[in-house]
Ligand binder design. Structure first.
Ligand code: SF4
Ligand code: SF4
Length: 348
């Protein structure tokens, strides 16, 4: 195929701002690549996961953060918007609530949201940075999560201290290990317990992640022998060329090389499993997106659907479940190599 010739086409400036759309002649470059593999423009296949961003406040300030979160951010979802999300969860019969941030636990309504979703018998995921479990004022958080069967999905980009601290900040590794030990003591990650503890790896810098299954074995061996830590599974994620990581790419002059690497590694077999096909993402203000990354790029959903969770009426829910997905060149981050999503690699 001659696709790599086309693939060189976008200039540095045109790679991120995308063009969406409805006219065949105006489709995004990503969609042109899909079309070159006889794959139609992306559409959703229902909503399995409601991913809710509870705000940008975080106790950490990681280099690669695609949310631009940090201790100085003040954007926080209100209880009113959270209640609208819970209503949608119930009315649209969405099985999973995926809570993210920032550090979602720092939202003052976090525990109320978890209790409500647990009461609705939904699967609840907490995307946890681990160090929040060791922060003052959050001492009983692990017990709270366990009592409500919350699945913990936790960032740990390496089993080596220096690598984690370089990416996520001083002493993050040791505090993460302390948090993992507490989770293990409660049953998280133990084969004898249903409490699920997933670790998340992302590469240091502009590289694709290694094979997930193989890396999981390395993590298991090293964390067990060095720290006696157990976990359920490992997810590998690709660093998306947006937000803080994008700034880093530009500053280090590696942006174009990284984009080309993602584009050249396009894998059509990942497309069916892309998370946007079964996810609805809500930002801290209640606006709706196809995924967390589109949220960060301010690319709202399209179609004859209200753009805010508060405005959704029952009649809009079916249209919401079957909608055209907004794509752009950042989507090459999800389709490169084995693929990447909030559920880890898309091919094993
Ligand atoms: S812990 Fe997560 S949300 Fe917080 S700064 Fe790091 S990557 Fe961003
Ligand atoms: S960034 Fe990934 S999840 Fe989001 S719309 Fe693109 S392919 Fe889908």
């Amino acid at each position: 195929m001659s696709e790599l010739k086309i693939l060189r086409e976008p200039s540095v400036d045109s790679v991120l701002p995308l063009r969406i759309l409805d006219e065949r002649s105006e489709i995004s470059f990503f969609e042109q690549v899909l079309a070159s593999h006889d794959i139609p423009a992306l559409e959703t296949m229902g909503i399995e996961v409601l991913q809710v961003n509870l705000g940008k406040l975080c106790n950490q300030n990681c280099h690669h953060c695609h949310v631009d979160a940090g201790p100085d951010r003040r954007e926080i979802m209100t209880k009113e918007i959270a209640a609208a999300c819970l209503l949608l969860l119930r009315e649209a019969d969405i099985p999973t609530l995926d809570l993210t941030g920032g550090a979602p636990e720092m939202n003052p309504h976090f525990r109320w949201i978890v209790e409500q979703a647990h009461g609705l018998k939904r699967r609840v995921i907490d995307r946890c940075n681990l160090t929040i479990l060791e922060a003052p004022g959050y001492d009983d958080l692990p017990e709270f999560l366990a009592a409500h069967d919350v699945e913990v999905v936790a960032s740990l980009p390496c089993y080596l201290e220096e690598n984690v601290d370089r990416q996520r900040g001083n002493r993050v590794f040791q505090r993460s290990i302390a948090a993992l030990r507490r989770l293990n003591q409660l049953g998280y990650g133990q084969s004898t317990s249903p409490l699920s503890l997933t670790l998340v790896f992302n590469p240091q810098g502009p590289r694709l992640p290694p094979n997930q299954a193989q890396l999981e074995q390395d993590y298991r061996r090293e964390l067990r022998s060095r720290y006696s830590i157990e976990f359920t599974r490992l997810f590998t994620l690709t660093n998306m060329p947006i937000s803080r990581f994008l700034d880093e790419l530009h500053q280090s002059g590696q942006y174009e090389t990284y984009m080309q690497k993602l584009i050249e590694a396009f894998n059509p077999a990942t497309v069916d499993g892309l998370m946007c096909r079964s996810t609805l993402s809500v930002d801290w203000q209640g606006h709706l997106y196809d995924c967390d990354f589109n949220q960060m790029l301010d690319l709202a959903i399209v179609g004859d659907i209200p753009l805010h969770v508060r405005d959704l009426e029952a009649s809009a829910i079916e249209r919401l479940k079957r909608r055209r997905i907004v794509t752009g060149n950042h989507c090459f981050g999800c389709t490169a190599g084995s693929g990447s999503s909030c559920q880890g690699s898309l091919q094993y």
